[in-house]
Design a protein around this ligand. Structure first.
Ligand code: SF4
Ligand code: SF4
Ligand code: SF4
Length: 244
C-alpha cells in the first residue's frame, strides 16, 4: 500500500497544530518560522481568505531522488520520500531540482544537511497516521492509502461542486504526488504552482541529458568526488555526535 495525505483547504482553520506536531515528532527546534526551512518542515499560510499547507508533495517519481548522486533521498515503498543525512554530500542538487521548491538547507550550520517533510516513516511503519494528520482537529489533513484518498477527494468535489475547484491537485502534477490537495479557491491563488509539467520530471531530465553528448564527462567528475564524499560523511557523523 502506498500512503499519502489529503489536505482539504476548505476544512482547514489555520490552527497550526500540524506545524507544531511536526516539530515535536521530528525533534525540530523552535521557533516556528513563517516559511518552510530546514527546521520547519510544514507551515500553514493564509491566502485569499483560505488556509493552505506547505510541505513536501512526495512525488510518485521524485526529481530530488533522481538527481541525488549518492542516494541520500529515496522514495520508500510506503510512499514517503525519505532522507539520509549520513549519505548527503551537500551538493544541493535536490534543492535546485524540486519543482515545488521544497528541500531547504541548514545554511547556518558548519556541517549543513537538508530538511524537508519525510512523511513520518517511523509512524507509518508502526501502522500510525502521520503526526500532522493525527492532531488535525477538523480532518483537513487526512492520512491514508493514496488511491483511497484520491477517490475521497473526487467524491467531495462531486458531492459539493459549488464548494470546490474541480481539480485534485497532485493527481497529475509532476506525474502525480502522494500529497493531494482540495481547494475552494483556484490553486494559483493559494500560491500553488500550476505550471508544473504533468509528466514525471525525472523523465524530462533524462530526455534532456540524453541529448547532451558530454554527459559522460560528469561520470568522471563524479568519481573524482568520491574522496570528498567520504570526507563529508565523516564530518556529518562527527557534527551529529557533537550535537548529542
Ligand atoms: S516535492 Fe520536491 S522534495 Fe518533495 S518529493 Fe517532490 S521533488 Fe522531492
Ligand atoms: S508527514 Fe510527518 S514529517 Fe511530514 S509534515 Fe506531517 S508530521 Fe511533519
Ligand atoms: S492542524 Fe488541521 S486545521 Fe489545523 S492548521 Fe493544520 S491542517 Fe489546518
Amino acid at each position: 500500500m502506498s500512503v499519502g495525505l489529503l489536505f482539504d483547504s476548505t476544512k482547514c482553520i489555520g490552527c497550526g497544530g500540524c506545524t507544531a506536531a511536526c516539530k515535536e515528532q521530528n525533534n525540530l527546534p523552535l521557533p516556528i518560522e513563517p516559511v518552510t526551512t530546514a527546521y520547519t518542515w510544514t507551515i500553514v499560510e493564509k491566502r485569499d481568505g483560505a488556509f493552505v499547507r506547505r510541505l513536501c508533495m512526495h512525488c510518485l517519481e521524485p526529481t530530488c531522488v533522481s538527481v541525488c548522486p549518492v542516494g541520500a533521498l529515496q522514495k520508500s515503498a510506503s510512499g514517503g520520500v525519505v532522507y539520509d543525512a549520513g549519505k548527503c554530500i551537500g551538493c544541493r542538487y535536490c534543492i535546485m531540482a524540486c519543482p515545488f521548491g521544497v528541500p531547504k538547507y541548514q545554511w547556518d550550520r558548519a556541517i549543513p544537511v537538508v530538511g524537508k517533510c519525510v512523511l513520518c516513516p517511523d509512524r507509518v511503519k508502526a501502522g500510525l497516521a502521520t503526526a500532522c494528520a493525527t492532531v488535525c482537529p477538523t480532518g483537513a489533513t487526512l492520512f491514508g492509502d493514496r488511491d483511497a484518498l484520491a477517490r475521497e477527494a473526487r467524491a467531495r468535489i462531486d458531492a459539493e461542486p459549488a464548494k470546490y475547484v474541480d481539480h485534485v491537485y497532485g493527481l497529475e502534477e509532476a506525474g502525480g504526488t502522494s500529497v493531494l490537495m482540495l481547494s475552494g479557491v483556484p490553486f494559483e491563488r493559494l500560491g500553488m504552482k500550476t505550471d508544473v509539467p504533468r509528466q514525471p520530471l525525472p523523465l524530462l531530465t533524462w530526455q534532456i541529458l540524453s541529448k547532451v553528448p558530454d554527459f559522460v564527462i560528469l561520470a568522471g567528475a563524479f568519481l573524482f568526488g568520491l574522496h570528498w564524499i567520504t570526507h563529508r560523511r565523516d564530518e556529518v557523523r562527527q557534527a551529529e555526535e557533537d550535537e548529542r
